[in-house]
Design a protein around this ligand. Structure first.
Ligand code: 3PG
Length: 306
């Protein structure tokens, strides 16, 4: 059996070593494709492997069809919007993610970005502090929980909205549950996004919602660029000269935002949230273990497709 690591953005070397250990001790062979520049390289690499570990790498119908022996694809990370689940199911390929494994890394970055924004991108002028401010966590999953934990250390008032969780489930963790997304945005000066990119959420962070945020609002996006309505963001930031936007996923209109709002907007050049040695090791090794357990024992615990 062959297990491919296909990562446009490579894992830390320790993570690759850890994955290799898991794969080889199960008696399988590891194949490595890193920093590929053309889809053809991916199509060739999947052609004869049984399993694949990927990150945000695009596994569309063409790639999944090219993987004639593919039985399982594990997204080492949380969001699996880069994988065509229907095509995977049609090809009898199991798709999994590794929930929670990189959550702390992403949560820590959210605070790094928030502080960078409110200290005016370290330009030497007087900023503001997180302590005592209201933070809204939009979607209370693994990353949202870690954000809440860290926010308490900053002495923030923590609110959350998650349509899939009861108020009790959120409040038992010392976080105030609000009953609508509008309430979250109108209550909190800081909002940290942790929603996946789905048909429902795409473009959902729009002018109406953002314009509800209090004065000196800061939106922190370590989730997905697709959830933001990009034209609305320009309109909002043009009108609201107090509004700051920091994102770890470069928007389609990055050049326009950077030019118009240089002192209130920042995007990382490449998604950095999960790019730590620890997150790479946690997610990569979890992915390898899940593959071995699936191929040897049929364990489908983290399956995300039908
Ligand atoms: C995730 O969904 O796990 C994060 O967005 C991290 O993505 P990455 O593995 O491409 O850095």
């Amino acid at each position: 059996m062959k297990v491919l690591i296909a990562t446009d953005k490579p894992f830390a070397a320790e993570a690759v070593n850890g994955i290799r250990k898991e794969v080889e001790s199960a008696g399988y062979e590891l194949v490595l494709l890193e920093k590929y520049t053309e889809k053809k390289q991916l199509l060739d690499a999947v052609a004869d492997v049984d399993a694949a570990i990927i990150r945000s790498d695009i596994f569309d119908k063409e790639v999944l069809n090219a993987g004639k022996n593919l039985k399982i694809v594990v997204r080492a990370g949380a969001g699996y919007d880069n994988i065509d689940l229907e095509a995977a199911t049609a090809n009898k390929i199991c798709v999994m993610n590794t929930p929670g494994q990189n959550a702390n890394a992403v949560a820590e970055l959210a605070f790094g970005m928030a502080i960078y924004a409110i200290r005016n991108f370290f330009n030497g002028t007087s900023g503001i502090e997180l302590g005592g401010k209201k933070l809204g966590i939009h979607a209370y999953g693994n990353v949202g929980r870690n954000v809440a934990r860290i926010a308490k250390g900053f002495n923030m008032e923590v609110y959350a909205f998650d349509p899939y969780l009861s108020a009790e489930a959120i409040e038992k963790e010392g976080v105030k549950a609000v009953s609508s997304v509008e309430e979250l945005y109108s209550t909190c000066q800081f909002v940290s996004l942790h929603i996946p990119a789905t048909a429902e959420t795409k473009n959902s962070i729009n002018y109406d919602l953002l314009s509800k945020m209090p004065k000196k609002a800061v939106l922190i996006n370590t989730a997905r660029k697709e959830v933001i309505n990009e034209a609305d963001m320009v309109k909002l930031m043009t009108e609201r000269t107090d509004f700051k936007y920091v994102t770890d996923i470069m928007p389609g209109n990055n050049a326009e935002l950077a030019e118009k709002f240089a002192d209130r907007y920042f995007s990382t050049p490449k998604k950095a949230g999960a790019q730590t040695a620890e997150a790479n090791i946690n997610a990569g090794i979890a992915a390898a273990k899940q593959i071995v357990d699936f191929l040897k024992n049929g364990n489908e615990r983290f399956r995300v497709n039908k």
